[in-house]
Design a protein. Structure first.
Length: 282
């Protein structure tokens, strides 16, 4: 079952944000996933050096109901035999090595996101977007490129959507939103102040709010009606927003295609008209 995966992904993504006692247990689990699956709370406590109470707190931090669910998710990860490893560029890497590293990181980021992206929340987001009069996509920096891509896609199937490169225009537009509007706020960290302000203003006007952030606790996802989360192990400045950008684009594509499929025939007609119009101007 797809839902019974992602234990190791969640743990890796959140490890640095855990309390010292939880981090000790988390590090042990990542080093010994097979032993963890076969352990009781008492056995894991003894082996990891963490208390049973800390194990329960760790499960809560990871968003699972208890140790049994965590073990099931880890067991699912182990059954797929996937490698949860991201690699960084190094000085004077060969072109072959860079091709392999970048591509592997992108593939892994999408795979990891699939394990934590909740279909229930995606369905809520699609319903919200499908019923919206206007859709506004907000993001700053690299996330603004995601917002622009989303705007372009939704526009092509005749959904009234907007994105703005200028942060002041983003906030100004957010103050005008109404109950029949929806905003999609994009920030990998979930802590981009301008995007948080846009979401707050949108909420004040009664608009529906969707966030796309990294997995875990952050301000933007805590404020959104529907928090969608991705994961990408980009802890090194050398990576920039590479794999996280690919994972965010993947979520946008999921939302876009889900909306298009709701009215498939009409969407295809709009896409074909757009394609023909562009061809005429080449």
């Amino acid at each position: 079952m797809e839902g019974m995966k992602g234990g190791l992904v969640r743990l890796r993504a959140l490890l640095d944000d855990l309390t010292p006692s939880e981090r000790k247990i988390g590090a042990y689990i990542l080093e010994h996933p097979q032993e963890t699956v076969q352990s009781s709370v008492a056995q894991l406590s003894e082996r990891s050096g963490g208390s049973p109470a800390a194990i329960i707190r760790l499960c809560k931090s990871l968003g699972v109901t208890g140790f049994q669910e965590l073990k099931l998710k880890i067991a699912g990860d182990l059954q797929t035999n996937e490698q949860f490893q991201y690699t960084e560029i190094r000085p004077k890497d060969s072109i072959e090595s860079i091709i392999q590293h970048v591509s592997t990181n992108h593939i892994q980021s999408i795979k990891d996101t699939v394990h934590i992206l909740e279909p229930r929340l995606v369905d809520q987001a699609v319903n919200m977007l499908n019923g919206a009069n206007r859709i506004f996509f907000y993001g700053v920096g690299a996330s603004n490129l995601i917002a622009l891509d989303a705007h372009y896609k939704f526009m092509r199937i005749n959904r009234t959507s907007f994105s703005f490169a200028d942060p002041h225009m983003q906030i100004s537009s957010a103050t005008t939103l109404r109950e029949d509007d929806v905003v999609v706020c994009i920030s990998y960290s979930g802590e981009t102040s301008n995007v948080i302000s846009c979401l707050k203003h949108a909420r004040e006007g009664g608009a529906g709010t969707i966030s796309i952030t990294k997995w875990g606790s952050n301000t933007l996802s805590s404020l959104a009606d529907v928090p969608l989360m991705i994961t990408s192990m980009e802890s090194d400045i050398r990576s920039g927003a590479t794999s996280s950008r690919i994972a965010q684009l993947n979520v946008i594509d999921i939302l876009y295609l889900a909306i298009a499929s709701r009215d498939y025939n009409q969407s295809v007609q709009y896409l074909e008209k757009s394609r023909q119009a562009i061809q005429e101007h080449k």
